[in-house]
Design a protein around this ligand. Structure first.
Ligand SMILES: [Zn+2]
Length: 393
């Protein structure tokens, strides 16, 4: 049992003075010292006290979009020839880096085979250091579409339905498809629609009986609208979102996962750093339009969940907390960035016991030097991280 004493607590309910007691990976008390002491007496176990004086206890971050098998190398296509074993070791080191940075839940939106699903099981079993991992298995894409080097190609509603069901059979926590082209696939046109409205409808329909969340990679406005109309749970990237798309998303409660870190990683490093020319040109074009997407999303009040696309060029797992600063630069307040990275992401992932510092919630916690509700930079370099039932930093 751990007791974090003398500090403040910060989550979506605000920042306030409180002690926190955790036992067996669960928050068992939050409040004044008397309340917490009562819980400690009742638990009657060995207590480790953590001095939180002058510090702030916050929920661990949730990243709704990562690729655990990718390591931020400039040219992702060079990973194609890596063996499955190499990809597994890389996944292990990425997950360790994420949890050390205070990220206590990630959602993998595309790795090869069952790699990320297996990693999630290994973390849950205590065999691997890392955040909780929810995963989609393989991406469902059209033949030759974005990410075809590791996706499950499928054409027509019947094949798409089967491809989606294959992922569910493999244990997917979420289904992911490509509704448009992408930046990192040579030759793919970033904004062009890929899966058709009929195929997208079959995709979401396959997820419906088990209430499994669905995610669509979509840059162009037509692809975004196709995905929203099909009832997708989240639009990933949404780079060319126009006013109409934003209003549709707000009305339906479709989450936007902006992945600002992905564009930054490519644009700020460029061809000189070894990123393919084609990807840099597409990312530069996308970055210009991304500012407008934020304006439309904020005007329409589109719900936002944090995601980074970690693993893409120069977008490292250790740097995930920077996404909150980027979201603030685009116009979110630090409080709303916290909301996006905690309760909103939890809601999108279908988790009802993470994202708050409250009794009964999982003890996924970070101890910070300053208040993240006042400053998004506070998430950098946590003093302590609690996850998976213990203290990991
Ligand atoms: Zn991605």
């Amino acid at each position: 049992m751990y007791v974090l004493r003398g500090g403040r607590v910060a989550d979506v309910d605000g920042t306030r003075k409180a002690d926190v007691a955790v036992a067996d990976g669960e928050i068992v008390a939050v409040g004044d010292p008397e309340t917490v002491d009562a819980a400690v007496d009742e638990a009657d176990g060995e207590v480790t006290t953590v001095d939180a004086d002058g510090r702030v206890v916050a929920p661990g971050l949730i990243d709704a979009h990562v690729h655990a098998m990718m390591d931020g190398r400039p040219d992702v296509s060079t990973a194609v020839s890596d063996s499955d074993y190499t990809a597994s070791y890389r996944t292990a080191s990425n997950l360790a880096a994420a949890v050390e940075a205070g990220v206590t839940t990630v959602r993998d939106l595309g790795s090869r085979g069952t790699l990320a699903l297996d990693a999630g099981e290994a973390v849950a079993a205590g065999d691997l250091d890392g955040p909780r991992v929810l995963a989609c298995g393989r991406n469902v894409i059209m033949t030759g579409g974005h990410g075809n080097w590791f996706g499950r190609e499928a054409d027509g509603p019947a094949e798409v339905r089967k491809a989606a069901r294959e992922q569910l059979k493999a244990g997917a926590d979420v289904l992911k498809c490509m509704a448009t082209g992408g930046v990192l696939t040579e030759g793919a046109v970033t904004g062009a629609p890929e899966l058709t409205p009929e195929e997208l409808a079959a995709f979401t329909d396959a997820a419906a009986p088990t209430n499994t969340p669905t995610a669509a990679h979509a840059h162009g406005e037509e692809g975004i609208k196709n995905a929203v109309e099909a009832g997708i749970s989240s639009v990933e990237h949404g780079t060319f979102m126009d006013r109409e798309a934003a209003e549709m998303m707000a009305e339906r409660g479709t989450y936007w996962v902006p992945t600002a870190s992905a564009l930054r990683g490519i644009v700020e490093n460029g061809v000189e750093a070894g990123i393919p020319e084609d990807a840099v040109a597409k990312a530069e074009d996308a970055a210009d339009r991304f500012d407008d997407a934020w304006d439309h999303a904020l005007d329409a009040d589109v719900p936002i969940a944090m995601g980074t696309d970690a693993g893409t060029p120069f977008n490292f797992f250790a740097d995930i907390p920077r996404e909150l600063e980027y979201m603030v630069e685009y116009g979110l307040s630090p409080e709303r960035a916290l909301e996006a990275a905690t309760v909103n992401a939890a809601d999108l992932l279908g988790l009802d016991d993470v994202g708050r510092v409250a009794e009964g919630y999982r003890a996924d916690l970070v101890v910070l030097d300053s208040d993240p509700n006042a400053d998004a930079e506070a998430w950098q370099d946590p003093d302590a991280v609690f996850a998976r039932g213990g203290r990991v930093v």
